[in-house]
Structures are given as C-alpha cells and as structure tokens.
Design a protein around this ligand. Structure first.
Ligand SMILES: C[S@@+](CC[C@H](N)C(=O)[O-])C[C@H]1O[C@@H](n2cnc3c(N)ncnc32)[C@H](O)[C@@H]1O
Length: 281
C-alpha cells in the first residue's frame, strides 16, 4: 500500500462522492476523522499527516459504503440531535433535525406543568424522549416501540446519557402494552411515508422500512394514534405529532373527528408544515 496524506485523501474522495452526495466535502471529513479517531479540525490542522495502512483500509471501506448511498450516520454509528450524540444502527431511523421542532414545541407546552408525564410512541433511537428528559429532569417518560432492536438502541442511549432513571422503555404495538392512562403529553414521530414514494428506492432505502412507511397514503399510524390517544391522556392533555409536509390538513381533520380542540400546525425552519398539535377538553 502506498502512503497518502490527509489533504490528498480529502481531495480525491470528495471528487468521487460529489456524484451521489450534496454534502461530499463534509461526508469525507467525517469519515476520515472517524478512521483517524480524531475530530474534523484535525484533518485541516494536519493536512500533511500520512495515513497508516489500517487508517487507509478503514477509510476505503467507509468510502465504498458511502458511494453505495449508505448513510454517514450508520457508518459512524452515531448522530447528533438536540444537545447530544446518540448511537444509531440500521435498526433505527436516523434522527432528523426537523424533529427538534417537535421537542421545542413540547417543551414550550409543558413549561408550566410540574412533574409532567409523557408518552413517546415509536421512540426509535430514543431521541425525543431523551431530549425531553434532558431538559426536564422532573418529567417521567414512557417510550415505546414495536421494534425490540430499536428499543435496545434507545435503552443504551439512555444509559450513556444517564437519563435511564427517567425513561421507561416498553415493547409495544402503539398503545397495546401501555397501562398508564394519565399522561399530560403524547408525542410521536410515526411512520408517515406512503408505500409508493420514490424516495424509498433512493437515499432512505437503508433505513428500516417499518420506521418509515404507513398505509393509507402514509396516514394509517397517524390516524391510529389520534383515535386512541384520548384514552391515555389526563382530562386536560396534549398530543403533538410529526408528519409529512403535505399531511397537516388530513392530520387536523383526524383530530377534529376525534373531538380534539385547539388544533394547530407549525412550520419548521425550511417553512414546511411538519407538526400538528391538539388538546383534549
Ligand atoms: C419515523 S421513526 C421515529 C423514530 C424516532 N422517534 C425519531 O424521531 O427519530 C418511527 C418509529 O416508530 C416505530 N413503529 C412503527 N410501527 C410501530 C408500532 N405499530 N408500534 C410502535 N412503534 C412503531 C418504528 O419502529 C420507528 O422506530
């Protein structure tokens, strides 16, 4: 194996990745820093550093995966969300920055509630529950998922972030195994992509299908959660759901049909309407 410097690797690999990634330069830096076991700044501080054979092999393997559209977060095994990093594996959806909007609104809405009790449906890597727990040490949270493997990842993240005392993880098909019926708040980022969405063959094809796709044009799980939420909320309670950019009207109608009040939708930073919330009487 011939030797190669950081600078040369960054240049060559970026060229190779530009065809498939809009963030080729960043991807390459993250992958290289990962193989060097350093941070990204190191790559720019030491451009003349020559890679060892094992660093080169690690990077070649990572680049090969990335060229097949494999997400950077799965290669690194981690993703930043809110104020922390979480472990991610191909068993969980990679947390998206848009979901931070749901967390922000949830925190605003529970600001005046002492010891809020929260249910996170479809917790995946656990990010929503973890962010809420980290901001509200007085909250108690139940987080469920139908995927046992996803729950294992979420549980590990809770232990790593020392938030495991605040969150109870339950294996459940939505509400099936949820026994408490006195939640102040129910939050969920459920699957909402329709089965024939073309993106499923492209960038998101490596993520778990069951975390992404729902029948009835992507609305099946949203309708289900709205229909059953009331039975699990206190008389005065709130539901906040993330949904696709074109699903807010259908989500609002579903809330109306189920007798919720104060229904409103909110836009994310990209001006897409991505969450809808509603209250009980
Ligand atoms: C879009 S992902 C959201 C993951 C995480 N909350 C987030 O925001 O990154 C949806 C999650 O719902 C879970 N899920 C799908 N069907 C479910 C069901 N019937 N009951 C419980 N969880 C389910 C999936 O396993 C997945 O973890």
């Amino acid at each position: 194996m011939t030797t190669i410097t950081i600078q040369r690797v960054l240049f060559n690999a970026r060229k190779e990745l530009e065809a498939i990634s809009d963030s080729a330069a960043l991807d390459v830096e993250l992958l290289l820093a990962h193989c060097l076991k350093k941070n990204r700044t190191y790559c720019h501080t030491w451009p003349e550093h020559e890679l060892t054979q094992s660093e080169q092999r690690c990077f070649e393997d990572a680049l090969k995966l990335r060229k097949d559209d494999y997400p950077v977060a799965y290669i690194l095994g981690k993703k930043s969300f809110w104020t922390f990093d979480v472990e991610v594996t191909p068993d969980v959806l990679i947390p998206r920055p848009e979901t931070e909007l749901l967390v922000e609104v949830a925190l605003e809405k529970i600001a005046d509630i002492k010891n809020p009790k929260i249910l996170d449906l479809g917790t995946g890597s656990g990010v929503i529950a973890l962010a809420l727990a980290s901001e509200r040490p007085d909250a108690s949270i139940v987080a469920c998922d139908s995927s046992k493997k996803a729950l294992e990842v979420a549980q590990r993240n809770a232990v790593t972030l020392k938030l495991d005392q605040q969150i109870e993880f339950i294996h459940s098909d939505w509400f099936e195994n949820i026994t408490d019926k006195d939640f102040d708040l129910i939050v969920s980022n459920p699957p909402y992509i329709e089965p024939n969405d073309p993106h499923l063959n492209q960038t998101i094809r490596h993520e778990p299908y069951s975390a992404l796709v729902a029948d009835d044009l992507g609305m099946r799980d949203i309708h289900h959660i709205i229909e059953y939420s009331k039975m699990f909320l206190k008389p005065i309670g709130l539901v906040i759901l993330e949904h696709g950019y074109d699903q807010h009207l259908r989500t609002q109608s579903s809330f109306t049909l189920n007798d919720f009040i104060e229904i409103e939708s909110k836009k994310d930073l990209a001006e897409n309407i991505r969450i809808t919330l509603a209250a009980t009487h």
